[in-house]
Design a protein around this ligand. Structure first.
Ligand SMILES: [Zn+2]
Length: 327
C-alpha cells in the first residue's frame, strides 16, 4: 500500500433493521477508511429493536471480508475497515446505569446520553433546558469505568457542560458543527468546543447539509470552513471528522415500534421538530450527507489547505488518540 493515510469516521448510520445489508459499509474500505463508528440505535429505538439489530450487525460484519468489529485501537488492521458501535441516547438503558455494561459487552464504544429531546438521564438539544440527572451522573461514571467514549452530539447545552464536568475521561462531539457558521440548534457554541478540548477530547465537524445551510449533500470542500473554525477554536489536537452518512436501503423499514414505556407510536415530528428546520417529506430524506467517496478527496484537500502534519490529525490521529486513551 502506497502512502496510506490513517482515516477515522466518527459516526455513520445504516438502517436500524435486521434486514439491513451491511455491505454498504465496504464503500469505506474502498475509500481507505481505517475505522468507522456505526450507530446501532437512538432514544426512539426500544431495546426490543436494538438487541436483534446488534446481533445482526455483529454477525453480518463478521461474515464480510474487509470489515472487522473492533473493541480497541489495537484491533485495527491495515487494509480492513474496523467498526465499533455507538448508541445515540440513554433511553435504551431503561433507567438502569448497569445496562451500560451490557452494551459495552456487545461492542458499544461510544454513546450519547440524550437524542434531541430530554429524557430521564440528560437534556437534548431540541428541548427545554435541563441538566444531568442523578441517574445521568451514574451513567457517566459507569461509561468512564467501562471505557465507553461519551459523545455530546444531540445533547442540550446545560447537560453537555454537566457531562464535561462529571467525566473523568475525555469526551467528544462525534458529529457537530459550529453554530458560529450556521445557526441551527444541533450546532454548538465556541464555548462547547473549547470545553470538550479542555477534557482532552475531540470535536468532529459533520457532513450533514442541513446543519451547514445546504439543501444537498456536502462535498469535502464544503467541510473546510467548519474544519478551520474547529481548529481555530478547539486547537489542532482536538479536531476530527464524523460524516453522519446514512445509507437508505430500498425495502428496508427502520420505523421504531411503539415506545414500551408509554405505548405511544413512533412520532418523527417529536424527535425532529419542524420548528428546527427538519423536513419530513419523503423526497428530503437521504442524499444530504458527506458520502464515503469524499474520504478519497479529503487527504489531498487537507494537505493543500492545512499541510500534511495537521491534516493527519484531523483525518484520524486525534480520534485514534482519544479512543486509545478511553477504550
Ligand atoms: Zn446523530
Amino acid at each position: 500500500m502506497v502512502d496510506h493515510r490513517f482515516k477515522w469516521d466518527a459516526h455513520v448510520c445504516l438502517p436500524i433493521s435486521v434486514a439491513t445489508d451491511v455491505s454498504d459499509l465496504l464503500a469505506y474500505l474502498r475509500a481507505g477508511v481505517d475505522f468507522i463508528s456505526l450507530n446501532i440505535g437512538m432514544c426512539m429505538n426500544p431495546l426490543s429493536q436494538i438487541g436483534p439489530v446488534i446481533d445482526h450487525f455483529t454477525a453480518a460484519i463478521a461474515a464480510t471480508p474487509g470489515l472487522k468489529l473492533v473493541g480497541s485501537v489495537d484491533d485495527l488492521e491495515p487494509g480492513v475497515t474496523g467498526v465499533a458501535f455507538d448508541l445515540e441516547g440513554a433511553r435504551p438503558l431503561q433507567g438502569r446505569a448497569e445496562a451500560v455494561a451490557t452494551f459495552h459487552a456487545q461492542g458499544v464504544r461510544m454513546m450519547h446520553l440524550a437524542y434531541n429531546r430530554n429524557n430521564e438521564v440528560a437534556g437534548g438539544c431540541h428541548d427545554g433546558p435541563m441538566g444531568l440527572t442523578e441517574l445521568g451522573h451514574d451513567v457517566v461514571a459507569e461509561a468512564n469505568r467501562l471505557g465507553i467514549l461519551l459523545d455530546l452530539s444531540h445533547t442540550g447545552e446545560a447537560s453537555s457542560f454537566d457531562i464535561i464536568a462529571a467525566s473523568t475521561r475525555p469526551v467528544v462531539y462525534s458529529h457537530a458543527n459550529a453554530a458560529a457558521l450556521h445557526g441551527h440548534a444541533r450546532n454548538i457554541s465556541n464555548a462547547q468546543m473549547r470545553a470538550v478540548a479542555a477534557t482532552g477530547g475531540v470535536v468532529c465537524p459533520t457532513g450533514v447539509g442541513k446543519f451547514m445551510g445546504l439543501d444537498r449533500a456536502p462535498t469535502a470542500q464544503d467541510m473546510l470552513p467548519y474544519i478551520d473554525h474547529a481548529l481555530a477554536t478547539a486547537g489542532e489536537e482536538h479536531v476530527g471528522l464524523g460524516s453522519d452518512m446514512w445509507f437508505g436501503q430500498d425495502g428496508v423499514d427502520e420505523t421504531p415500534p411503539p415506545d414500551p414505556a408509554t405505548g405511544q407510536d413512533f412520532d418523527p415530528h417529536y424527535w425532529w421538530p419542524e420548528a428546527f428546520d427538519y423536513d419530513h417529506s419523503a423526497s428530503a430524506i437521504g442524499g444530504g450527507y458527506l458520502a464515503p467517496e469524499e474520504w478519497d478527496v479529503l487527504p489531498g484537500l487537507l494537505d493543500d489547505h492545512l499541510g500534511p502534519r495537521i491534516a493527519d490529525k484531523v483525518l484520524g490521529h486525534n480520534m485514534r488518540r482519544v479512543a486509545a486513551e478511553v477504550w
